[in-house]
Structure formats: structure tokens, C-alpha cells
Write a protein that binds this ligand. Structure first.
Ligand code: DX5
Ligand code: ZN
Length: 235
């Protein structure tokens, strides 16, 4: 029984799909449209093929919004950079399990900086490596695409892993949220919330639409649909 399906769904628009030439306006528009947090994707050209933004751009986002800022570090050796991103205005810092050989230390470092810590899993990565750090995490970010680019197709094969993670969190009596990132839209939101996700990152499905408020509402409504319709408990 996945009782935490009643947890309120939070929508985190990813600025990766925004117009970077108007970044502050885009962030303000997402906030005005009902976003719950702003998701900032940091890529290093090594852990993932793409390069994006660093602490200076995060500081600009920080000035544009009062919403929590969720920083997704798709970088090797994230421990070298967490302090800079914390000082630039992150509220949550997510590191990848595949990029963090000293994951426990890095998680404690983030918490000592006064930020929440989260850990992300690539689509193929198992949940077992999380067990020791799970009580210290605000969120586990389950990637539903291979990270590096926006606008990719959702990978349904991650759904059983999300269900298993959700059951493990509930069995341990933890409050860790499951965040999902990649290919999330009104079409996929129902399946991921049914599998236990409560924080939905969406890039193209928000910033690629003409009306951000309608786009966020559509995702939120679709996410609510399974529980409000009394959908079956996922196996
Ligand atoms: C992908 C990033 C995502 C990306 C999602 O590596 O981590 O946050 O912006 O983009 P969409 O929602 O367009 O798949
Ligand atoms: Zn992301």
C-alpha cells in the first residue's frame, strides 16, 4: 500500500528549457504560473555530454525568485563545488550516486552548509546504494531519461524501481520524497505519481508551452488523477 500517494505533488520547472536570454523573466513567469520550486540543471561536459550553467547563473536565478531552488548537479566530483552552489543560492543540492564515490561525506557536507541534500540515480542505477544515506536525504531524484539534455522521451522501465524505492522509504518510516526528472508531462505525470513520485521536474512541458500556468496545471491535474480516481495500488 503506497500511502504516501496523498503527499502533495510539487512541480519544478527546469530552466534548461527556458529562454536563457530572458532568464530572470522566465523564472519570474514560472513562479507566477504556480511553480513550487525552480530546477537548475548543472552539467559539466564530463559526467554528461552537455555543458550548462555554474554558480553565477544560479545567483541570477536566486535574485529572480523567492521559490526554493533545486540544483541538480550532473557533474563529476560534486564535492568540489557544493559550497559554491550553496553560497550562490541553492536550497537543495542533488548529487549523482554514480559521480560520488564518497557519497556519505558529500551528503553530510551539503547538510552542514545548511542545505537539503538529495541523491540522483541514472535510469540503470539500482536503489541499494542509497540505504546508508537515505535517512539524510530530502529527496531521491530518479532520472527517467539519461541525463544531459532536455526534451527526451520518458523511460517507462524506471517505474518498477520507483515503486520499490517508495516501498523501502515507507517501510523505514522515512519522509524522503521521490523526485522524477526527464520526459515528464501531462501524459506521464499520472504514472510517476502512482509509482510514488511527488516532485515532478518538467522542462519542455512547461517552458515549451505558450501558457506556463496552463502547462503547470495540466501536469498537476494529471498527477493527481490516479489517487483521486482511486487507481489500483502499483505492484
Ligand atoms: C536532463 C535534465 C532535466 C531536463 C528535463 O538531463 O536533468 O532536468 O531539463 O527536461 P524535459 O522535462 O524536457 O525532459
Ligand atoms: Zn534535472
Amino acid at each position: 500500500m503506497l500511502g504516501a500517494m496523498s503527499r502533495p505533488v510539487r512541480i519544478a520547472p527546469s530552466i534548461l528549457a527556458s529562454d536563457f536570454g530572458r532568464l530572470a523573466d522566465e523564472v519570474r513567469a514560472a513562479e507566477a504560473a504556480g511553480a513550487d520550486m525552480i530546477h537548475v540543471d548543472v552539467m559539466d561536459g564530463r559526467f554528461v555530454p552537455n555543458l550548462t550553467v555554474g554558480p553565477a547563473i544560479l545567483a541570477a536565478v536566486r535574485k529572480a525568485t523567492r521559490l526554493p531552488i533545486d540544483v541538480h548537479l550532473m557533474i563529476l566530483e560534486p564535492e568540489r563545488h557544493v559550497q559554491a552552489f550553496a553560497e550562490a543560492g541553492a536550497d537543495n543540492l542533488t548529487v549523482h550516486i554514480e559521480a560520488s564515490p564518497h557519497l556519505h561525506r558529500t551528503v553530510q557536507h551539503i547538510r552542514a552548509l545548511g542545505k537539503t541534500a538529495s541523491v540522483s540515480l541514472n535510469p540503470h542505477s539500482p536503489i541499494d546504494g542509497l540505504d546508508v544515506v537515505l535517512p539524510d536525504l530530502a529527496m531521491v531524484l530518479v532520472m527517467s531519461v539519461n541525463p544531459g539534455f532536455g526534451g527526451q522521451s520518458f523511460i517507462p522501465a524506471v517505474l518498477p524501481k520507483m515503486r520499490a524505492l517508495h516501498e523501502r522509504i515507507l517501510a523505514r518510516g522515512l519522509s524522503t520524497a521521490i523526485e522524477v526528472d526527464g520526459g515528464i508531462s501531462a501524459e506521464t505525470a499520472g504514472a510517476v505519481t502512482e509509482a510514488g513520485a511527488s516532485v515532478l521536474v518538467a522542462g519542455v512541458a512547461v517552458f515549451g508551452k505558450p501558457d506556463y500556468r496552463a502547462a503547470i496545471s495540466a501536469i498537476r491535474d494529471a498527477a493527481r488523477a490516479p489517487s483521486s480516481a482511486g487507481a489500483q495500488t502499483p505492484k
